[in-house]
Design a binder for this molecule. Structure first.
Ligand code: HEM
Length: 415
């Protein structure tokens, strides 16, 4: 059979049913990106996705495949986007691109600075930022009286939160929004200018914090590496900050956008949540499952021959875990197409894989959930008659493989 085209418009427009079909037809499916990129394999079933993400026989860095001369698919994709090699290293050598001891080392160093306590202590500040943005929202209405939640709230909230946490000054924040915009552009070289700008501003900030530490995460990252004897190099620190700020706002913005759209198109669920606000944490788990913003993970490579679902994956083969396939797998979730905000109330831990699984499980999951809870609760409280300003079918999206993001979310606040 023909390999799946990851840019196929039908698949991009309805990845839920598209990947469901693939999941039921073949546990391991061949797929291609257009251009000079090696073909990859897709896994879509819940158990197989968990295996690819947590079994040490799969690695993130193709150089860790023994004896292999394995193509680096991500490097090929980055090359296609025209990023110059001296800057590509900042996006190719992140915590998501390393395995084993290299990964444990990076994860340990960043976890010392990015602690659960720091996230918990941030909650009142997240509420304050969200409250101020919601107060400003009516003033952002266009001539037709509608407000775009993506530009007016879904992006500004996580950008402000992650920048405050990391220690990025206020004046640099619009540049991060530009960087986000460049990511959805498939034009070659669109990412260059924003990336170069980000790298230089982080380098500057490191110099300033080294001279004069503050209470922010960057100052902690600098301190951690000094005390341990082990050090994060400057390049590693730039890459880490870049990863944190990027991973920390692009995704969360689209959880807020997708989640709000989901609630507004499911009035029964919305009413239940308004009536029982204590359901919010469980509802956020379900929104992550039902409309999480990340549909596919970083590519993994089989470090040895592996059998999955009765299919042999040869050593060195690149594999992508399709999270949306797993999160809609009827083998794991009864009636998966139904949005049920109480679904994940059974266990204390989430069962969906929208934040990944295994050693690379999202470092910022607790922060992202907290921001989602605060954002949805604030919106519902502040605007009790909030409504979509268009037909659900008319919502515009940025169609990119592996992600699910609204281009805009026009709302009537009716306040
Ligand atoms: C990893 C999703 C928010 C930082 C991941 C992974 C996923 C994910 C699926 C695993 C990727 C893989 O294994 O290939 C999300 C979603 C978010 C979110 C859906 C919001 C709704 C955040 C935030 C931060 C963050 C707020 C930082 C403050 C990271 C980092 C990793 C990661 C550093 C790499 C961890 C590692 O390699 O050990 N995220 N994320 N994420 N995320 Fe998130």
């Amino acid at each position: 059979t023909e390999p799946i085209d990851l840019m196929d418009p039908d698949l991009l427009h309805d990845p839920f049913h598209g990947f469901a079909r693939i999941r039921e037809e073949a546990p391991v499916a061949r797929a291609v990106f257009p251009g000079k990129v090696d073909p990859i394999l897709l896994v879509t079933r819940y158990d197989d996705v968990k295996t690819v993400l947590s079994d040490q026989r799969f690695v993130n860095n193709p150089a860790n495949v023994p004896g292999g001369d394995v193509g680096n698919v991500r490097e090929q994709l980055i090359k296609m986007r025209g990023i110059p090699p001296e800057y590509a290293k900042y996006v190719l050598e992140s915590i998501l691109d390393v395995d084993g001891a290299d990964h444990i080392r990076l994860r340990r160093l960043v976890s010392r600075a990015f602690t659960a306590r720091r996230v918990l202590e941030l909650r009142p500040r997240v509420e304050e930022i969200a409250g101020a943005l919601l107060d400003e929202l009516p003033g952002k209405a266009g001539p037709d009286g509608t407000v775009d939640l993506i530009e007016g709230f879904a992006y500004p909230l996580p950008i402000a939160v992650i920048c405050e946490l990391v220690g990025i000054p206020e004046e640099d924040r619009p540049a991060w929004r530009d960087w986000g915009r460049s990511l959805v552009s498939l034009q070659p070289n669109a990412m260059n200018e924003p990336l170069i700008g980000m790298v230089h501003s982080i380098e500057n900030l490191i110099l300033r914090r080294r001279a004069e530490p503050t209470g922010d995460l960057l100052s902690s990252l600098i301190r951690v590496h000094d005390e341990d004897g082990d050090r994060l190099s400057d390049q590693e620190m730039v890459t880490m900050v870049l990863t944190l700020v990027l991973a920390g706002h692009e995704t969360t913005a689209h959880l807020i956008g997708n989640g709000t759209a989901a609630l507004l198109t499911h009035p029964d669920q919305l009413e239940r949540l308004r009536a029982e606000p204590e359901l919010m944490p469980v509802a956020v788990h379900e929104l992550m499952r039902w409309c999480g913003p990340v549909h596919g993970t970083r590519i993994r490579y089989a470090a040895e021959d592996v059998e999955l679902g009765g299919v042999k994956i040869a050593q060195g083969q690149p594999v992508m875990a399709i999270l949306v396939g797993a999160n809609y797998d009827p083998r794991r979730f009864a009636d998966p197409d139904r949005l049920d905000i109480t679904r994940e109330s059974e266990g204390r831990r989430e069962t969906h894989v929208g934040f990944g699984s295994g050693l690379h499980y999202c470092l910022g999951a607790a922060l992202a959930r907290q921001e989602g809870e605060v954002a949805f609760a604030g919106l519902l409280r502040r605007f009790p008659r909030l409504a979509l300003a268009c037909d659900p079918g008319e919502l515009q999206r940025h169609y990119l493989p592996g992600s699910w993001r609204l281009a805009g979310l026009p709302l009537r606040l009716n306040d």
